[in-house]
Design a protein around this ligand. Structure first.
Ligand code: GDP
Ligand code: GDP
Length: 437
């Protein structure tokens, strides 16, 4: 299970610059996947062979009706509830401020490892200026310059010493892991209770164990699956629920540790920024998706036209990835609860789909011939052959071309759509790679 490192601090200290520096190398690789958006709040960092997730708490817009300081305080609290390590960034050039003191007060109370990062130490003289941050009572400030990158290697070395050891979770291969995610009050606990038929979520967990996501295996209605249960679902924090990034922080672990994400939307509220944030996390982690429009019992007019409008609105927001199931359900009346599990299972099996090379070429080559990649700089682009890579996390296809660099995103999407038209990859992300023949 990957560790989660949260970057906190007041605005303008350089959190997002640091975030970019930590996640840069990795993101360049990840964004190769068609349709994934580069978001600036969540990413992966790899250092000396260890990988961890990084969240920039400053990346979320603070609601205008909230008192700014108060909102930041809440963000820091949520971060300390969910992260494994906190990077508390301060600004050497501005010096110590009251806000830094405020944030430090919260951080001194947490049991988590906190690393004090004195950013904007662009030259050696400024190292002396960093001494005043000892007053925060959080140990020695780590002097770095996110702008130039100096000191970030030492910082990462230090982060690695603070991470929790990677424990290999004892889950059986071939049994799907489902995560129920969504913003507060979408009905996550309710649907889980409907799945398992008991009020398990009421149980308060012992402090210390709540932070970890737990796999619980169920064999219900003929389905054998793990539910990835997270603190986020069981333990509510009403103070911070209004924060946009609250639901994101609370979903990260569940998403990272699942195969299929069941994204709960509230039919009475439609799709909003919080839902989109979670959807992006699902995409970034290459997870399969089932969308559940919950509280369908509260919608009076349920005719086909209304359903279509709902579906279109959802797909439009989530484009270009639109090939996923949408189920209108009610956790309260248990309407279509079975269908949700059934669909999650199907979507899971689609992840394992494998298309034989000869069949793939037999179908795809004529389609490519009928609609070839547009010629670029007077050169014909030819795709001669394609194959599906073995043993990948999600179905991944390689197309061999004479000039792969000239094949652009729209054509890649054409290839993806044709694969989706011909083989069932419903709910499942796929990779399309173009390589030199
Ligand atoms: P955030 O609001 O905490 O995310 O801060 P940003 O990362 O957006 O940075 C705020 C400003 O500080 C930007 O103008 C950055 O270019 C600048 N900045 C960030 N890191 C450094 C640094 O190490 N040195 C200097 N001189 N400026 C920096
Ligand atoms: P969570 O925060 O996502 O875990 O949401 P909960 O499961 O706690 O549900 C939030 C509220 O919505 C509770 O009052 C539930 O009773 C209600 N609720 C959940 N699902 C449904 C549903 O399908 N229909 C109706 N009418 N209410 C629901």
């Amino acid at each position: 299970m990957a560790n989660l490192v949260a970057i906190v601090g007041r605005p303008n200290v350089g959190k997002s610059t640091l975030f970019n520096r930590l996640t840069k190398t990795r993101q360049a690789i990840v964004s190769d996947t068609a349709g994934t958006t580069r978001d600036r709040q969540y990413g992966k960092c790899e250092w000396n062979g260890r990988e961890f997730s990084v969240v920039d708490t400053g990346g979320w817009v603070v609601k205008s009706d909230d008192i700014f300081e108060d909102a930041i305080r809440k963000q820091v609290i949520v971060a300390t509830e969910e992260a494994d390590v906190v990077l508390f960034v301060v600004d050497v050039q501005t010096g110590l401020t009251d806000w830094d003191q405020d944030v430090a007060t919260i951080l001194r109370r947490t049991k988590l490892p906190v690393i004090l990062v004195a950013n904007k130490t662009d030259n050696n003289d400024q190292i002396y200026d960093a001494a005043e941050f000892y007053a925060l009572g959080l140990g020695e400030p780590q002097c770095i310059s996110s702008a130039t990158g100096s000191g970030t290697g030492d910082l990462l070395d230090l982060v690695l010493t603070k991470l929790k050891p990677e424990v290999k979770e004892d889950v059986e291969d071939g049994i799907p892991r489902f995560a129920v995610v969504g913003r507060p009050n979408a009905g996550k606990s309710s649907i889980i209770n409907a799945f398992i038929g008991e009020d398990r979520n009421i149980v308060t967990e012992i402090a210390g164990t709540t932070r970890d996501s737990i796999y619980t295996r169920y064999d219900k209605f003929g389905f054998d699956f793990y539910l990835v249960d997270t603190a986020g679902i069981r333990r509510k924090n009403k103070v911070s629920e209004d924060l946009e990034f609250y639901s994101v922080m609370r979903s990260i672990r569940a998403i990272e540790n699942s195969d299929v994400c069941i994204l709960m939307l509230d039919a009475t509220r439609g799709i909003e920024a919080q839902d989109m944030n979670i959807f992006q996390l699902i995409q970034r982690n290459n997870k399969s998706l089932v969308v559940v429009v919950n509280k369908w019992d509260l919608v009076e007019n349920k005719d086909q036209a209304v359903i279509k409008t709902f579906e279109n609105a959802i797909r439009q927001r989530m484009a270009p990835f639109v090939d996923f199931p949408i189920i209108f359900a009610s956790a309260l009346t248990k309407q279509r609860i079975f269908k949700v599990l059934e669909t999650a299972k199907e979507v899971y099996l689609n992840r394992k789909a494998h298309v034989g090379t000869s069949k793939l070429n037999e179908v795809m080559l004529p389609l490519i011939e009928a609609y070839p990649p547009p010629s670029t700089k007077g050169k014909y682009i030819k795709i001669k052959y394609c194959t599906q890579l073995p043993n990948t996390q999600i179905p991944s296809f390689v197309f061999y071309a004479n000039l792969p660099q000239y094949i652009k995103e729209p054509y890649r999407r054409f290839l993806e759509n044709k694969i989706r038209d011909n083989w069932s990859m419903h709910g499942c992300p796929i990779n399309i790679f173009i390589r030199q023949k």
